[in-house]
Design a protein around this ligand. Structure first.
Ligand code: ZN
Length: 556
């Protein structure tokens, strides 16, 4: 028993040891063989599945490609015709943008093509809308912007019908006729398999091109077909911001003035050291120098791009309380509550960061509603002048006008006319490195010369009135410092905006102290948040929230 037990135990142990291993080995090998066989089987199954997928969808993919090319050849070029081309690099950039737009469009057409009924419903509407927009881009260089969305939603039908022409009808009919042929073909000849996979793939393409890769978003969002989505979204986002409540800080505002015009010109990327009135060797500001403006060349701008800078300039925000730019209204409410007529005249798109402030004005006018970064034709500040004239005719003798200029924004050549092309040669290529530094500076200086003309024109309209004009650029510009240009990188010159003030003789007589204090303060250092209290002081507005000590028109 004992041995038996031991043997048994031994045998059992042995058997356990041997048999156990054997028993384990067999299933492991079998499992491996089976697994390999399964893998091989699954691999070959996968390959055959893939082949089946490809064979079943060849026609479908060809169809999607043809429909996309139809769009890319007949609609997309509308967005590219005005692009400046001076060399191969420009051509490569344009082609790469066209390809990016093509792939993003392919994602959408691919998605709606999966189901033939969905395709029959959406494709003609899609092509109709885009052919109308492309027609106006081809013929009048009009791009869809949030301002145009707003105008089209508020215009009556008759003014929309005025835009209809025979050429437009012909173009749209041709595009729609081809679209209908594609729908018929989709119904009769195309039968995609694996719809879920197609759905996943097409949505992935759309998401990758329109949201994941930053470099793709702008070329897509400001061009057909996605411009419709992005402009409409921006419009409704802006609407939401406008309707958000910000507690009033100006209920007690009042003024003793009965007749005064206050003009704030918000400049764009104008740096003080390129103004001859600040000692620049080129005579870029002959008219402003003659008009007797007082320049303040030592202003420090906290922010270096428009969207961040403007809320900071207009609101009570300062370096200690930057958040006030997004929680409080601007100084405009103080003017409204003091009986001023307030008007915002814009030559730039309203960004969501300051659309709330624009809407504080009683009247809002957009001078160039159809311009975006890819227009490249003339986009001039003088377009605002007729609106300035109209505003000054208003019966209310107390006026606040805010003019948001395009000034010295890149692409410089769009922002001055032939008459102001004094410094030559000018830039020819949109690739900065393809232009010489001198060409870049020449074009920039021509924008300064044009701004000199534009602001002088505004001053001419104010000369006989009790009026004050404050010009404040939103930020500066890099002109080759450290090899950097525009506002693509960080640099000292970006924090230096041009600022100057003009007062009419009537204003000087009535506000002699302010004129003297301004002269005393002109070379002092201020942050760009000086404007809030200074403009209230300029308009002689009183309120518990007004701090006279922070005004450039006051000296303790
Ligand atoms: Zn700017």
């Amino acid at each position: 028993m004992k041995w038996g037990n031991r043997n048994k135990k031994y045998i059992c142990l042995e058997s356990y040891d041997f048999c156990g291993r054997a028993q384990q080995k067999v299933p492991v090998i079998l499992h491996l063989i089976m697994k390999n066989r399964n893998t091989v089987q699954s691999k070959s199954a996968l390959i055959s599945l893939f082949k089946e997928y490809l064979n079943g969808n060849k026609g479908f993919y060809l169809f999607v490609l043809v429909a996309t090319l139809f769009f890319s050849v007949f609609i997309s070029p509308a967005d590219f015709l005005n692009n400046p081309i001076s060399n191969g690099k420009d051509l490569v950039i344009i082609l790469s943008h066209w390809l990016v737009v093509l792939f993003a469009t392919l994602g959408f057409i691919y998605l709606i093509s999966i189901n033939k009924y969905l395709f029959a419903l959406i494709f003609p509407l899609f092509m109709f809308l885009n052919s109308v927009l492309a027609f106006f881009r081809y013929t009048a260089n009009v791009s869809l912007t949030p301002m145009l969305v707003d105008a089209s939603l508020h215009n009556d039908l008759r003014s929309s019908l005025d835009l209809v022409s025979t050429n437009l009808i012909l173009y749209v009919i041709i595009i729609c006729a081809v679209s209908i042929c594609l729908i018929v073909f989709r119904f009769k000849r195309v039968k995609p398999s694996f719809p879920i996979l197609h759905m996943a793939l097409s949505i992935s393409i759309i998401v990758i091109f329109t949201t994941c890769i930053g470099a793709f978003i702008r070329p897509i969002s400001e061009r057909l077909p996605y411009i419709t989505y992005f402009a409409t979204k921006k419009y409704f986002d802006g609407k939401e911001i406008i309707h958000k409540n910000r507690p009033s800080i100006s209920d007690d505002a009042k003024t003793t003035e009965d007749s005064l015009v206050v003009v704030l010109v918000i400049g764009e990327a104008l740096r003080p050291d390129h103004l001859s009135l600040n000692g620049y060797q080129r005579e870029t500001t002959p008219l402003l120098s003659k008009a007797g403006v007082i320049s303040m060349p030592n202003i420090y701008s906290e922010y270096t791009y428009t969207d961040a800078s403007i809320p900071y300039i207009l609101s009570r925000a300062d370096s200690a309380h930057p958040g006030l730019a997004f929680s409080e209204p601007s100084f405009i409410g103080f003017f409204n509550n003091s009986g001023y007529q307030t008007t915002w005249i814009a030559n730039q798109e309203p960004a969501n960061s300051f659309i709330f402030f624009i809407n504080e004005c009683k009247d809002v006018v957009y001078a160039n509603m159809s311009k975006n970064n890819y227009n490249f034709d003339l986009w001039l500040d003088e377009t605002m002048l007729p609106y300035v004239d109209e505003s000054l005719k208003n019966q209310n003798p107390k006026q606040l006008l805010i003019l948001h200029t395009i000034g010295s924004h890149w692409w410089y050549n769009s922002h001055f006319t032939e008459e102001f092309t004094r410094y030559k040669p000018i830039i020819r290529s949109r690739v900065i490195s393809s232009n010489t530094p001198q060409e870049m500076i020449n074009s920039y200086d021509n924008t300064v010369l044009y701004t000199d003309y534009f602001v002088a024109e505004v001053i001419t309209r104010l000369r006989d009135k009790n009026a004050i004009l404050i010009f404040q650029s939103d930020h500066g510009e890099l002109l080759g410092e450290g090899g950097k240009w525009l506002h693509a990188a960080e640099g000292l010159q970006l924090h230096q905006p041009a600022v100057f003030v003009w007062m009419s003789e009537k204003y000087k007589l009535k506000n002699h102290e302010k004129f003297e204090f301004l002269k005393q303060n002109a070379s002092k250092r201020y942050r760009s948040d000086f404007l809030f209290h200074s403009i209230l002081d300029a308009a002689n507005i009183q309120s518990k929230n007004f701090v006279k000590a922070r005004s450039i028109f006051y000296n303790k």
